[in-house]
Design a protein around this ligand. Structure first.
Ligand code: ATP
Ligand code: MG
Length: 405
């Protein structure tokens, strides 16, 4: 029989009327994250019972990346008969090889014949007698847990924490500006943690999308797919933008380019069903990230702009990037030279000035022009399948042109 696991979600996180939807989504996401391991996922009395082939580490690796999971454990499901529970607890005690233990019973079925206290006393005595282990309620080597439900009893010892958060797919889609640097992958991860589905949008300068497709940008999207499932990435060439704006004021260049990225994201949002735009900005980390420059980025946007990293320090962001395994990729060389570099960028750009150049340089038309050359990339972690095709095959220009930029 395939090993069984109990998977708990956070009751608090899932309060309210969206709860049934969250639970459905989490069930779907658990099954997806375990795909290839012949999983079964059943909702039972407020927790999921899961079976899956593969080693416990393999299963744990995937559950640790499934947002919405509070904690999980490999379990031995047994009947409600005290003798059966006793045998399973003794078995877990022997396998633990610990010296000191504690029994922690929990009854989600309060009608069970024995109280939690009675269970603890009887099971504790049995373990002491049969294994010679000692009871230690404060610093046990092993905690022997028993959950008595209406249909069975679950015996387990190790509780592994999940990533918490909410199931990806429950909070809406977001057009996410994705650079391949340290920050934007972490920002995407934080958005997924709150249930959002990012649609990645990357701007590149090379003459073909080949370099970006082979680059860390795509590799990072693959890593993020292990948390969020299937991913969509749009690669936008911006050489034409650069040519058309070459005559603009140099110190305004970064602000103008960033406004252009925002407008492009807005233009694409309806086609992807996205309801917000997001970035990896962190307050005052760079000249482009002062509150004034953030304001000039946001001014007139038809969509909310999300910045999950706004209040984090760089070393905190690096810590998260390491934990989610995007950091090393961020440091990889990427041959698409970053074109928008100004030696003395302004730290207090006036929104009105950016607005003025947006119309003077015809950025709205330029958005549609660069999208003509964009590439749509989809990545499915199940089977490791990457597909790319011209964006215009899926999203006609007319659709983007309708956006209220
Ligand atoms: P990151 O590590 O995310 O690149 P950064 O500190 O290098 O951040 P910037 O390069 O100023 O900061 O970019 C700030 C944000 O602008 C990025 O987090 C990202 O959301 C967006 N961005 C920058 N360059 C690009 C790009 N080429 N394509 C898409 N989005 C971009
Ligand atoms: Mg960057």
């Amino acid at each position: 029989m395939a090993p069984a696991y109990v998977v708990h979600y956070s009751e608090v996180a899932l309060k309210g009327k969206n709860r049934p939807e969250f639970v459905r989504a989490l069930r779907r996401n658990i099954a997806r994250s375990l795909s290839g391991l012949a999983p079964t996922v059943e909702l039972r009395e407020g927790r999921f019972m899961v079976t899956a082939d593969g080693t416990a580490e393999e299963v744990a690796d995937r559950l640790r990346k499934t947002f919405g999971v509070a904690w999980f454990s490999e379990v031995a499901p047994v009947g409600l008969d005290f003798g059966e529970i006793r045998e399973a607890v003794l078995d877990a005690a022997r396998r633990s090889r610990g010296k000191a233990f504690k029994v922690e019973p929990r009854r989600s079925d309060k009608a069970y014949a024995l109280t939690s206290r009675e269970l603890a006393v009887r099971l504790g005595a049995a373990v002491q007698e049969e294994t010679g282990m000692k009871v230690d309620l404060t610093r046990p080597d092993v905690v022997l847990r028993v959950d008595v439900t209406r249909s069975n009893a679950l015996v387990y010892s190790n509780k592994t924490p999940g990533p918490g958060g909410l199931p990806v797919g429950t909070a809406g889609r977001v057009m996410h500006l994705f650079s391949g640097g340290i920050d934007s992958p972490v920002a995407a991860w934080l958005l997924m943690k709150r249930g959002c589905t990012p649609v990645y949008l990357h701007f590149y300068l090379a003459p073909t999308p080949g370099t970006a497709l082979e680059s860390k940008v795509t590799k990072q999207v693959k890593v993020l797919s292990s948390y969020g499932g299937k991913s969509t990435l749009v690669l936008v060439p911006f050489a034409e933008y650069q040519l058309a704006t070459a005559g603009g004021p140099g110190d305004l260049e970064p602000s103008l380019f960033r406004r252009f990225m925002r407008m492009t994201a807005e233009a694409l949002a309806p086609a992807f069903g996205a309801v917000a735009v997001s970035t990896g900005d962190s307050l005052s980390q760079a000249a482009s990230q002062t509150l004034w420059n953030i304001a000039s980025f946001d001014n007139g946007s038809s969509l909310p702009i999300l910045r999950p990293l706004l209040a984090y320090d760089k070393d905190e962001i690096i810590g998260m990037a390491r934990r989610i395994s995007t950091y090393d990729l961020s440091l990889e060389e990427y041959k698409d030279c970053c074109a928008i570099i100004t030696r003395h960028p302004r730290t207090r750009v006036k929104s009105g000035l950016v607005d003025e150049y947006v119309s003077r340089l015809g950025l709205r038309d330029l958005v549609l022009k660069v999208l003509d050359g964009a590439t749509l990339v989809s990545y499915n972690p199940v089977g490791d399948v990457l597909r790319s095709s011209p964006l215009a095959d899926s999203i006609p220009r007319a659709q983007a042109a309708k956006a209220d930029l």
